[in-house]
Write a protein that binds this ligand. Structure first.
Ligand code: ASP
Length: 313
């Protein structure tokens, strides 16, 4: 049943590419919709956008030119969660993650099993590649003169992407949504195609609960973008929530997570961003790189706004 509590102001915090999804999701929240529905809806809007090449339809292809998608979501009221990874031929992986949460006694499905489950849930398979995404994928082979035949993929992945890493030019991206609804419940959603030219089967932080996504009504919500391997190695999302639980402020908890990532000695081109929100609606963005922004939108605002992400002090 939908009912609004006028004392709780809805809030959406997102990665910078979350404007369209946040706008649609805020309409739902203003009508009394719940946080988990709003988080899923927001991510779907981003997944369906053919101009957003890091998420869903028209995502960045892997080394073999296949779009493999990852997503997760978490309900802060119940701590229920669902995730999928390495999914081909289905674009709305956030809804597949939602179905894993709602319909199965599991939290994470990968590859063929996830695709089979999508069929059982009535999703229709469709090629998620577009002319633009394939053209982009091919360009790197033309630039380097590398071919897929005759060499092991592990050598190609390095030769193809290392020079781009050194120049910080490996395309990747993710969308994050943290939502507080009018009842005060929290939810989080994350969706991505991962890194361009990734080794087939590579999974980043986005579908790993505790690494790229975590949400608990009592303490807050966190989601990550950037080099997922870093967030996996130090469990960034759950760590930040745990620091809040142990009594740190949002600022202190975020700074502690930045310090942990920096201690990993990220290689050139590797970086991490995360957004965080507390149950009272405070929010902040953090990044290991200067100049990054995040998006926030509260029920009192006419439209979403961008804030600066903090770097390590
Ligand atoms: N975190 C994502 C991943 O590692 C990519 C990104 O956000 O840029 O798959």
């Amino acid at each position: 049943m939908m009912h609004t509590n006028p004392h709780v102001n809805p809030v959406i915090v997102a990665s910078e590419n979350g404007r369209a999804g946040a706008t649609v999701a805020m309409e739902l929240l203003r009508r009394g919709g719940c946080a988990i529905d709003a988080a899923e809806l927001a991510a779907r809007v981003t997944e369906d956008d053919p101009q957003e090449h890091s998420v869903g339809f028209s995502g960045l292809p892997n080394l073999l030119g296949q779009v493999e998608l990852d997503a997760s979501l978490m309900n802060g009221r119940t701590l229920e969660t669902g995730a999928v990874a390495g999914v081909q031929d289905y674009g709305n992986v956030i809804s597949l993650a939602r179905a894993v949460m709602d319909e199965l006694p599991h939290v994470l499905l990968v590859g063929r099993g996830a695709e089979r489950f999508a069929g059982e849930m009535g999703q229709k398979p469709a090629d998620q590649r577009t002319f633009a995404s394939l053209d982009f994928w091919r360009t790197r082979f033309t630039e380097t003169g590398l071919e897929l035949t005759g060499a092991e993929l592990r050598h190609i992945v390095t030769r193809l992407t290392l020079p781009l890493h050194l120049e910080d030019r490996v395309p990747h991206g993710t969308v994050n949504y943290l939502v507080r609804d009018a009842h005060g419940d929290l939810a989080s959603a994350v969706s991505t195609s991962g890194h361009a030219w990734k080794y087939p089967g590579r999974v980043g932080d986005s579908p790993i609960i505790g690494a790229g996504n975590y949400c608990d009504n009592r303490y807050g919500a966190v989601a990550c973008t950037g080099t997922g391997e870093l967030a996996i190695r130090v469990s960034t999302a759950r760590s930040l929530i745990l620091y809040l639980k142990m009594g740190m402020s949002l600022e202190e908890a975020g700074q502690e997570c930045l310090a942990e990532i920096v201690q990993l000695k990220p290689r050139v081109g590797q970086y991490m961003n995360f957004v965080a929100m507390t149950p009272d609606g405070q929010h902040r963005g953090f990044s290991t790189m200067a100049g990054k922004k995040y998006l926030y939108y509260t029920g009192e605002m006419a439209e979403p706004s961008l804030g600066e992400r903090e770097t390590r002090r």
